[in-house]
Unconditional design. Sequence first.
Length: 134
Amino acid sequence: MWAEDDYGPEQNFMLNIIWYIHCNHPASDIDEEQCPKSSKYRFDYMLAMVVMFTWLKLIFFFRVSQTFGPLFKMMQEMVIDLLKFMSIWMLIITMFTCVGALTFGELKTFHGLYDVSLIYFESALGSWDFTVYD
């Protein structure tokens, strides 16, 4: 058996793939106890990265075309505006959370910053629950 300290990161990566194939093959005679814990390599993460980069490449090709270029530029500006709005909105929610924790600190539902921020986040989305102030 090999140990993880015997090899560098490149060799360790390849050994993990080999052990994953050997340990998870249906016709394999290897027991689960013989398989090292690091042999549980997740191929779905690597596949997700390949798909993500493929979509980015496709979007780049569409961006330089005459038909889809203005549409992607418009979507890019919309995402930038949305990120600006979300950052200002989260700043305001954080401000209300701090003020609410200081003001209503003696109430049972306002005992932690996480609970207070969750109450104000739900209120900002329209879930008005006035019973928390009783």
